[in-house]
Structure formats: C-alpha cells, structure tokens
Design a protein. Structure first.
Length: 576
C-alpha cells in the first residue's frame, strides 16, 4: 500500500503547523527552496562517500547530479549528505579501522534527518559494507549505488590489473628484473580512470555481493565507472528510490537469510576477496541472520569458481566481465543454487531480474562444466593455531601448498617483518612458514592488509614467488598466494598465534581444513602461563571506543553493541 503525503517520514519535520516545523521549513527556504519543492514529496538523501583523496569515487560529484535528476523526474526532493570516505589507498593504518565509524555515521545520518529514502554511494572496499550495515540498521528505504570498476590498466601494450600486477612487478623489481623507467611506466599506467580496482578485489567482491543480495539495481555492480551506462544507472537509482519511499519498501523486506546466502554463493562463484568473510558476517549479524565461518566454508566446498577474472583467473579484468554479460549472466549459471524468490530493490524477485541475461564470452564467465576452480574462492581452516577459524584462498595459490609442513619464521610487527624480508642473508628456505602476528582487529589496529607477506629477497633472487604465510591480518582482495589470514583469536588477545616460536613446525592440511602447530599441549600450557598481554594501544577517542567493543574476525569485527537487527531495538523508543 502506497503512503499518502502525510504518512511520509519527512512529514514529521515539515507538515505540522507548529514552531519547530516552522523552523524546518524556513531553513529550507533559507537554502533557496520554495515549499512547492519539498512539501508532500519524498525527501531522498544521497549519502556520498566522495573525497579528494578517494580516486575510486572521483566521479561521484557527476553521479550525484544524475541521481538528483532521477529523483526530480520521479517527483521527489533530493538532498546530498556527505559521509566518511574511508578510502583504501591513503587511510592508515587501514580503512578497516573506520568501517564501523562509517556504519554508525550512516545509521545516525539517516535516522536523525527528514529522509524518506536514501541512495548510498560507495564502492571503495569498506564503504560498501559500512554503508549497508548502517542502512540495514536504520531500516529506511535504500538503494546502493556502486562506484563501478575502473578501466583496464595498460603499459607497453600489456594489460595491467590494479593491485595484482603491482604485487607481481614489485617482486620482479626486488629481483632486479624491472628498471626504473619500467617501474615509472607501470606506476602511470596501472590506474587509468575513476573507479574501484578492476580486478576481482574487495571492492568488486562487495558490490557483487550487495547486488546479489538485491540492494542494487540488477547488474549495477558490473558497470564500469566511466561507462555512460553508469550515469544512466545512477539516474535510475534516483527514480526508483522515490517509488520505494512511497511503497515503504524497507531493507528488512530484502535483507533476509535467503538474500544473505545469495550474496555468499555469488561471492564464491566470482572468486571473492578473503575480506568478504568479515563483511558478510557483519552485514548478516546487523540483519539478525545467523551466518558463520562454517556456513561459508560449506558454500565454498559446493560452489565452483566461474569468474575467470584476476587475481584468481587469468588474463581478464572487470571490464571483460561486464562485456561478457556481467553479474546477471554469471548468476544464470548457478541459478539452481540461488534463492530466486528473494525480493530486490526494483520490486521484482531475483529470478525475474535474471530473465534474459546472456553469457557472451564463456571463457570469462565459465559454465559449470568448465570452472576456473572446482570449489569456491574461500576455505575456512581450524586447528590448534586457529581454534576460531582462519581463511585461505585456494584458487589463488600454488596447489603444492594445499598440504605443507615447515618451520615457522615469526615476526612480531610489520616493521620487523619488512626489514627482515629485504635482508638477502636471511636464514630462510622455501619450506619455511612466514608468520606475522599482532596484526588483527586489536593488534593492527584494525586488521590491516598486511597478510600477503612479501617473499624474502633471498628467495626472490632464487626464483621463488610463493610460500606459505600466516597472519591474523587481512590481505587486499587483489592479492594472491598461499596466505592464511584472519587467524582467530588474534595474537594480541592471547590467541594461540601468540604462543608460536621460531622453528615450531606448522602443518597445513587443506583437504581436512586443518592448520596446526606441532607443539605438545604441555609445552603450549607453559607458554600460555608465561604470556603477558600487551599494553592498550589507545587511551582516548575513536581508537579507545574501537578497542573496547570490536569483535574478533570470525564474528565480523563489528561493534558488540550494534548487532541488533533492523530499526530500534525492542522496547527502544524511536526518538528520531
């Protein structure tokens, strides 16, 4: 049933004939608007994560205008509201430290302003989960507008993928195989336009997940940032959100258990970033959906990887994925595994939105009969080194590491590790297992993307390009290699990783999903008794709040006081 103008949420601010509403109306008139512009119309907030230090979102000022055009055409009143940018490139120690800040800001911005619907504009890694987490909790009609991937990189006639090729050529430069001039050419050619990484990194992973969950217009996540179709999609978001406001089409009607699982299945089929784990769990818990590491591992065992896109695939990038049919085409390949009756923001079911989708290049979007990898992108490990779980990306590492045993080479900090791996006399063999600890949610702080530990120069010089690496950190979605990440509990809080010593044997058994240190329980008990917790990192501000309330990686790294489902908690007054 459609709302009447007096039932709009914004009417609480503008409709009454009282002093406070007089003030609200007069302040909009101060901005140059007449009552005819906003009275009785859905007020649409456009939450924009643009900043001059976020290259991924550099086209957002233009896209805001397209959204406004759509809102106005549909009879709504658009207002732009800035939110935290949390860009991946410049935010230190990691934008993950501020994902929950963006989620809180999104929720409170929506709840405290006269908004009947919102368009959430994001794309760079943590903006997608942050905006969606806040939007879920606010439970006001919303559409997610993804930034879209940038164009293919290029240097000397070769296609480059952001992140993935940076790691590859950095190793070659350390080996002495890339000149200064070549390095400068790569630097200038690897990121050629606005938009997120054009590999299947965290940004494209998360926008694909949210697309599969039904929170974007169908297939919106695949459109390149600078394609004219992206401008049209932005205007369509503006038009559709006005109708959603009239329909009171809130997120709780979309973000169901089935929708979350659609997102997880699509994540596996696309070759998702390992970061998808913490964000999927966090978004699910915001919606009151029970999703854990074991659920994700089960889906990973049964969902083949079909997107032949770097870093898991060979040769192709997100632009190729779009021209091959995009996410809608990929979902048709696994339609029998998806919950096709799930509702989406355009008012249709997922199954209806997949009608007519076609795969135009079956080397980019593989059929089930010819997957890139027979299982999904991720596997979850457990063992005495990670009792609460750890994550590995099997499709992105050398299969010889699926079963591996070797001695630990342990680093207690990123600076210590960085200095050691450039020492050409470092006592290290290809069988060693590099370990970086104190890099988790609290230890990092924020769980930085340090988990793809560089191969020691001593081995690089001998031609080695992969080895087993373990950390309680994360890694970039553009990364690859035999990296075990998100070890939980983290070492900073006394997890087993804190007890590991140089030379201890570590055993990885991927088939049985095990990661263990071959140390007796008696010896571990002695080490545990001798362990002392580190000093707190923060005494004030955001860091103090974060350190008091962030959950561990296996719980999504959200704040413990924010996992409460849609809208106000039971018995909590809606004071907004």
């Amino acid at each position: 049933m459609r709302k009447t103008p007096d039932q709009l949420r914004s009417a609480r601010w503008f409709a009454p004939d009282d002093l406070r509403s007089f003030g609200h109306r007069s302040r909009l008139m101060q901005l140059g608007y007449s009552e005819a512009d906003f009275m009785g119309k859905p007020v649409i907030g456009i939450l924009n994560t643009w900043s001059e230090l976020n290259a991924c979102h550099s086209h957002f000022p233009e896209r805001v205008e397209a959204v406004k055009r759509g809102v106005l055409a549909a009879g709504g009143f658009p207002v732009e509201l800035p939110t935290l940018s949390v860009d991946e490139s410049f935010t230190k120690p990691t934008s993950m430290l501020y994902r929950n800040m963006l989620a809180m800001e999104t929720e409170e911005t929506i709840r405290s302003h006269p908004l009947d619907g919102v368009v959430l504009m994001g794309g760079c890694d943590k903006t997608t989960p942050g905006l969606v987490m806040g939007g879920i909790t606010a439970n006001v009609p919303m559409i997610y507008l993804p930034a879209g991937p940038m164009l293919r990189g290029n240097y000397a006639g070769k296609t480059l993928g952001s992140g993935s090729d940076a790691w590859k050529f950095w190793d070659e430069r350390r080996a002495g195989n890339v000149s200064d001039d070549e390095w400068q050419g790569l630097q200038g050619g690897i990121a050629r336009s606005a938009g997120v990484c054009m590999t299947m990194g965290t940004a494209s992973t998360m926008t694909a997940i949210v697309d599969a969950m039904g929170l974007t217009l169908p297939g919106a996540s695949s459109i390149p940032a600078v394609d004219s179709a992206h401008q049209r999609m932005a205007a369509d978001c503006g038009r559709r959100i006005v109708d959603m406001a009239w329909e009171d089409f809130t997120p709780d009607r979309i973000v169901t258990d089935a929708a979350i699982r659609n997102g997880a299945i699509v994540a596996m089929a696309t070759g998702c970033s390992t970061n998808a784990v913490v964000h999927l769990i966090a978004m699910a818990r915001r919606a009151g959906v029970d999703l854990d590491l074991d659920d994700l591992d089960a889906l990973g065992r049964t969902t083949p990887l079909l997107a032949n896109v770097r870093p898991n695939g060979q040769g192709y990038l997100m632009e190729d994925f779009y021209f091959a049919g995009g996410l809608r085409a990929l979902m048709t390949q696994i339609a029998d595994r998806l919950h096709l009756t799930s509702m989406t923001v355009n008012g249709k079911t997922l199954g209806e939105n997949l009608e007519g989708a076609v795969v135009y290049n079956d080397d980019v979007i593989r059929p089930l009969s010819n997957p890139v990898y027979h299982e999904g992108s991720l596997a979850v490990l457990r063992g005495n080194l990670c009792p609460d779980g750890a994550v590995i990306k099997p499709a992105a590492c050398d299969p010889k590491y699926y079963q591996h045993q070797g001695p630990a080479l342990v680093f207690d900090s990123y600076p210590e590790m960085k200095a050691a791996i450039d020492d050409e006399n470092l006592d290290v063999t290809p069988d060693h297992v590099l370990v970086l600890r104190n890099a988790g949610p609290l230890g990092g702080p924020g769980m930085p993307e340090w988990g793809m530990l560089p191969i020691p120069k001593a081995l690089i010089k001998k031609g080695y390009r992969d080895m087993l690496r373990i950390s309680d950190a994360r890694m970039s979605g553009t990364s690859y290699g035999a990296c075990v990440l998100h070890v939980a509990p983290e070492s900073y809080v006394g997890g087993p990783l804190a007890l590991l010593r140089n030379g201890d044997l570590i055993k990885l058994d991927l088939a049985n999903r095990r990661l263990d240190m071959l140390v007796s329980e008696d010896e571990l008990s002695r080490r545990r008794a001798a362990w002392t917790p580190p000093e707190p990192r923060f005494q004030r501000g955001w860091g103090w709040i974060y350190s008091k309330h962030v959950t561990q990686a296996d719980k999504g790294c959200d704040f413990d006081f924010l996992e409460r489902g849609f809208g106000p908690a039971a018995g909590e007054p809606d004071i907004y």
